[in-house]
Design a protein around this ligand. Structure first.
Ligand SMILES: Cc1ncc(COP(=O)(O)O)c(C=O)c1O
Length: 399
């Protein structure tokens, strides 16, 4: 499938107020179908990472598209509670929370028959949840987060999240559940960030790209064995394990090979932001981005737009700034990058540009785009078919 040309979008945006964010539904639907295909035949369902979407209309579209898509992975207690009120169910908190009021509201939702699981990795979490669950008269389902990183000499390959870094630590934690009758061990999650979220061809990583494929290959058997042993241990202890969650957009294929995994989380692949251009094994289409407007021309072959400085989170690097998308031939200046108000760029493309035209960018990350815009203009078949609110447009800002 070809991605549309600059004139397609520029024409559509002519009568709209810029800057704006768009989602091309034709490309999104192709990504949804391709992601389902990547996991097809594995027997696993796909849980949608809401943080990488942040728009309820798009979350519904993905979940309604194909039976492989089941449930959401949420990123905060307040978000999960709000999503319940918006009619979503089958929610897994992807990260531990400590806010007692949110835990209480979630326990109440459990009491009312909602399917919502909290994430834990320490007894401090269990104590907190168990005490509140007891007061609410429920048994709260929880999911254990186990660390999936691999330590090579001098390199910590992965992220710093769960302290459950070994099978022994995982087993000791599983044993501790006996002390907390008001929580039930219902899930196990291991997120192998160093596979799922790390491309092999990101120019910002320079020479490191040469070793990333090697480290990935070495790391996979290390953590898959950890995950397998801990799942076996939980089953042996007869806990009602409802799900074993793994992965992200960048690790669908490796997770699909693990028999003991029941579901794979995917988020970023739907919009396929700029950082997801740098993987060797898959390619999704640029389904979302933003358009800013040319407001002046400082010199020949240079233009300046209003807005654009929507930098992504994470370690600071050039790859966290938005990537010029269309027209071809737009290059950011090193001095200014994408600015708070003004974004200059040099232009060597063939499309004639003038004041008032739009320049299209892709955010470096997926869901963060929606924190900058109240609406997403939905495009299909040459038309703006709807304009839907983002989380921010619904007055929601969770993190
Ligand atoms: C726990 C967890 N699972 C899965 C993902 C994968 O999400 P995505 O497909 O957006 O990369 C993430 C992303 O950070 C995560 O934190």
């Amino acid at each position: 499938m070809h991605t549309p040309a600059y004139s397609y979008y520029n024409q559509l945006f002519k009568n709209l107020s810029l800057p704006l964010a768009w989602c091309d539904l034709d490309l999104l639907d192709k990504n949804i179908a391709d992601i389902a295909q990547r996991a097809a035949g594995s027997g696993k369902t796909i849980r949608v990472a809401s943080k990488s979407v942040r728009c309820t209309a798009i979350l519904h579209r993905i979940l309604d598209s194909h039976p492989i898509y089941q449930g959401l992975m949420c990123f905060s207690g307040a978000e999960a509670i709000w999503l319940l009120s918006e009619g979503f169910d089958d929610l897994l908190l992807g990260y531990p929370i400590a806010n007692a009021e949110d835990i209480r509201t979630i326990c109440k939702a459990t009491a009312n028959g909602k399917r919502i699981m909290l994430m834990v990795d320490s007894e401090a979490h269990l104590q907190r949840i168990s005490a509140i669950a007891q007061e609410e008269g429920v048994v709260q389902p929880v999911c254990i987060d186990i660390d999936m990183s691999t330590d090579f000499p001098g390199i910590h390959f992965g992220v710093l999240r769960s302290p459950l870094t070994t099978v022994a630590k995982g087993k000791a934690f599983i044993d501790s559940f006996e002390k907390y009758p008001h929580v039930s061990l219902s899930g196990l999650m291991g997120y192998e960030a160093q596979i799922a979220g790390l491309g092999e061809r990101n120019p910002a990583n320079g020479i490191k790209n040469l070793v990333i494929p090697f480290l990935k290959k070495k790391s996979i058997p290390d953590f898959t064995q950890r995950r397998q042993e801990l799942v076996a241990y939980i089953r042996q202890k007869n806990y009602p394990l409802a799900l074993v969650n793994a992965g992200g957009t960048g690790s669908i294929e490796s997770c699909a090979k693990e028999d003991w995994v029941t579901e794979i989380t995917v988020g970023s692949g739907f919009y396929s932001p700029a950082l997801f251009d740098y993987y060797s094994d898959f390619h999704h289409l640029p389904a979302a981005g933003f358009a800013v407007q040319i407001v002046r021309q400082p010199k020949e072959n240079y233009f300046t737009c209003l807005g654009g400085g929507y930098i992504a989170s994470g370690s600071v690097g050039i790859d966290k700034q938005p990537k010029p998308y269309l027209p071809e031939g737009v290059q950011l200046t090193e001095n200014e990058g994408t600015g708070e108000v003004q974004t200059p760029f040099s232009y060597k493309g063939s499309e004639p540009l003038s004041i008032g035209d739009s320049i299209l960018f892709r955010h470096s990350k997926a869901g963060e785009l929606c924190e900058r815009f109240n609406e997403l203009h939905l495009i299909s078949n040459g038309k703006i078919t709807a304009t839907v609110p983002t989380y921010r447009g619904q007055g929601k800002c969770f993190l």
